[in-house]
Design a protein. Structure first.
Length: 145
């Protein structure tokens, strides 16, 4: 099992993980909506392409993290691989590379993710509302360092 830099050959697996995990992330939102696949969402894809992406590879890619300028933009693990320390390994890799600390936004409805980040030393520093697929989503802003 390895945490390594993203390679273009990983993109199909990352797209699959993104779609599954994004649905899971937002399943508690008050209004259901369809998640746009990563490779079909121009703004999310542009952000992904400018990010430093790390993958967790246990023979197949089963998780990834994307960062840009100290912001954790994504940390997703495929469903059957959750609870095995993969998210922790990815977060540890991200944090070790960010000398100035790490910030992130997590869906306010995603309480499990908030607990994960709090256990890892992140503090809530604010709240914001952002658009995703045409809907307003409330986010908790968190920071480490």
């Amino acid at each position: 099992m390895t945490v390594r830099e993203f390679d273009a050959a990983d993109f199909p697996a990352v797209c699959r993980i993104y779609l599954e995990a994004k649905r899971e992330e937002l399943k508690f939102e008050p209004r259901p909506f369809e998640v746009t696949p990563l490779d079909q969402d121009a703004s999310i894809l542009a952000a992904f392409n400018e990010s430093d992406v790390t993958v967790f590879d246990d023979g197949t890619v089963c998780g990834f993290a994307a960062t840009f300028a100290g912001q954790l933009r994504a940390l997703f693990v495929q469903g059957e691989s959750r609870g095995k320390g993969i998210g922790q390994a990815l977060l540890d890799a991200v944090v070790s590379r960010q000398a100035e600390g790490v910030s992130l936004n997590v869906a306010k409805s995603n309480v499990a993710a908030q607990r994960f980040y709090t256990r890892n030393g992140f503090s809530t520093v604010g709240q914001t509302v952002r658009q995703y697929s045409g809907f307003d989503i409330a986010y908790v802003q968190m920071r480490l360092g």
